[in-house]
Design a protein around this ligand. Structure first.
Ligand SMILES: Cc1cc2nc3c(=O)[nH]c(=O)nc-3n(C[C@H](O)[C@H](O)[C@H](O)COP(=O)(O)O)c2cc1C
Length: 226
């Protein structure tokens, strides 16, 4: 598959065929993803392939709780956990305890333990050169040293006819995940990735055109066009 096709068709896939994905293929995806950039080339990623049935069920339970917290925001018309005031998260905008107890039926989260491949992606905090630390706003730079790696997994999967989704909802339950999976203190959970053979091939992705998000010189500048 050509690069352009891979990039423009790597959409979120949340429904998979029952067909298993061989470990050799998962290894191949990671073997491609490892060429991702990271600040100072420190490659702070750490991947755990989640195979154990009990562990998967426990992770699904945690994900479902976190997903409910997410959906409670969506229902209230809010961007979940967004840094409000434009700069920082100032605390829950909805009642999180009440939200976590609610059920939001969603086939993906309700059957998360059954996905063909489950990867937990962690990052070593001490490997992150977080150049926007100390600014009076939500820090963003650190993620740049791990999510290119995660997206490379998605791109590599797509190029081989596989599909999946990068998820972060469960990061709300990082302490519980850490306890379950033996995550050392100096690490953080970046993503839980689900992969498999898509039930449906991703169709056209809905994305804004370049002119909508690119201007010349200033935010108010002319839209950038060739
Ligand atoms: C940083 C990040 C976090 C995400 N977290 C979740 C998640 O927790 N659960 C989920 O189902 N999808 C998650 N997604 C997938 C997005 O919902 C998806 O990429 C977006 O809706 C675009 O979908 P499309 O590529 O199919 O158009 C996440 C994506 C990114 C990039």
């Amino acid at each position: 598959m050509q690069f352009d096709e891979v990039v423009t068709t790597t959409g979120a896939v949340r429904e998979f065929e029952a067909r298993p994905v061989p470990d050799s293929q998962v290894y191949e995806l990671l073997d491609l993803a490892r060429f991702a950039p990271s600040g100072g080339n420190r490659q702070g990623w750490r991947v755990v392939v989640v195979k154990g049935t009990e562990l998967r069920i426990r992770l699904r339970e945690l994900y479902v709780e976190a997903w409910a917290e997410y959906m409670a925001h969506v229902e209230a018309g809010l961007v979940p956990f967004a840094p409000l005031n434009g700069r920082r998260w100032t605390g829950p905008a909805v009642d999180l305890d009440a939200a976590a107890k609610r059920r939001y039926e969603y086939p993906f989260s309700d059957h998360l333990d059954e996905v063909p491949v489950m990867l937990a992606v962690f990052v070593k905090l001490g490997s992150l050169a977080v150049l926007d630390n100390g600014l009076d706003r939500q820090s963003i730079v650190g993620g740049g040293s791990i999510y290119p790696f995660v997206h490379n997994i998605m791109l590599a999967a797509r190029s081989r006819g596989l599909g999946g989704v990068m998820t972060t909802a469960i990061c709300r339950r990082e302490p519980q995940v850490a306890a379950l999976m033996g995550m050392p203190e100096e690490y953080a959970l970046a993503s839980l990735v689900a992969l498999g053979w898509p039930k449906r091939t991703p169709s056209r992705l809905r994305r804004d055109p370049v002119e909508k998000f690119t201007t010349v010189d200033t935010f108010e500048g002319d839209p950038f066009r060739p």
